[in-house]
Ligand binder design. Structure first.
Ligand SMILES: Cc1cc2nc3c(=O)[nH]c(=O)nc-3n(C[C@H](O)[C@H](O)[C@H](O)COP(=O)(O)O)c2cc1C
Length: 276
């Protein structure tokens, strides 16, 4: 796929280049005279003298489950983002990246985030009915076959994931539940990121807490249609995570600090957003 976009580098080499690129960004940002001899980038004493030196670097997020992707995250990311796969698999990814971050002395600099869709309703039955509707429409529109064809172009790690979840016989939307409220059906019908929390407000709250307990502190939550789902989340799920005491300067436009039940870790953010 990357070659079709005009980039001839192989998978792992792209990560090596990305590591060097971020080495260079951080070097130029923080030093007046930055020297660097990489395979892809070199620097001979340039740097920024001005105000950027005193500005914090933007937050760097990365993702990907291949060993090369995990090394990039460990070396440079502030947040390593994962999909809502089976919790034991997510825990494994987090442990791998933490171990690599330790090698770079970055255990305190890296945190973890989750990208997940939701179908959340008053009751489980209503939420399951909506998941079934997505599944039936996807099957009818032929997106399942299109996704299967596209999977041939995926990276090895993504191919393995696709195989793990989608190669079993699927006769209906219910066959795609990985856990009672964790559904792989969006991936099956070709809607990324692929996994969704499906259920009542209580069930989705429990799912979020379950993943937070794995060490995830930033949640990118999407739903379809965007506006309606964001209202549902905002009215029925986010308030369950709001701080008991108001934070100075906070308002309803900001991400919700995930404090209830997560006080010890701090820093947690729950963000509902539309996804394109
Ligand atoms: C939560 C999440 C967010 C991602 N966001 C982006 C993105 O904004 N831009 C992009 O090019 N790739 C994005 N990706 C793709 C990954 O960076 C990576 O290319 C992909 O997961 C395959 O990596 P791998 O083959 O090393 O496992 C995202 C992946 C995940 C899981």
């Amino acid at each position: 796929m990357q070659r079709a976009l005009g980039d001839p580098l192989a998978h792992d080499d792209r990560y090596e280049r990305a590591i060097e690129f971020l080495d260079a960004v951080k070097g130029f940002w923080t030093q007046e005279s930055f020297h660097y001899q990489g395979k892809y980038y070199q620097a001979n004493g340039l740097g920024l003298r001005g105000p950027l030196r005193r500005s914090p670097l933007p937050i760097i997020c990365s993702a990907g489950t291949s060993p090369a992707a995990k090394r990039l995250a460990a070396r440079h990311a502030n947040y390593y983002l994962v999909l809502a796969e089976r919790p034991d698999i997510v825990a494994g990814h987090i442990a791998d990246v933490k171990a690599l971050a330790r090698e770079y002395g970055r255990t305190d600099e890296i945190r973890f985030g989750l990208s997940v869709d939701v179908i959340v309703r008053e009751t489980d039955e209503e939420a399951f009915k909506e998941a079934k509707r997505f599944f039936d429409e996807g099957v009818k529109a032929g997106t399942v076959q299109a996704m299967a064809q596209r999977s041939e172009q995926l990276s090895d790690a993504n191919k393995a994931r696709y195989k793990r979840y989608n190669e079993k016989e699927v006769n209906g939307f219910a066959d795609l539940f990985i856990e009672p409220h964790l559904w792989g059906g969006f991936g099956y019908v070709g809607i990324p990121p692929g996994f969704a929390f499906v259920g009542s407000y209580d069930a989705v709250e429990a799912n979020i807490r379950q993943f937070a307990d794995l060490g995830l502190s930033w949640f990118f939550i999407n739903g379809y249609p965007h506006l309606e789902e964001i209202y549902r989340l905002g009215e029925h799920v986010l308030p369950r995570f709001r701080q008991r005491a108001p934070v100075a300067g906070a308002n309803d436009q900001q991400p919700v600090p995930l404090v209830v039940g997560l006080e010890a870790r701090g820093e947690g953010l729950l963000e509902a957003r539309g996804n394109n």
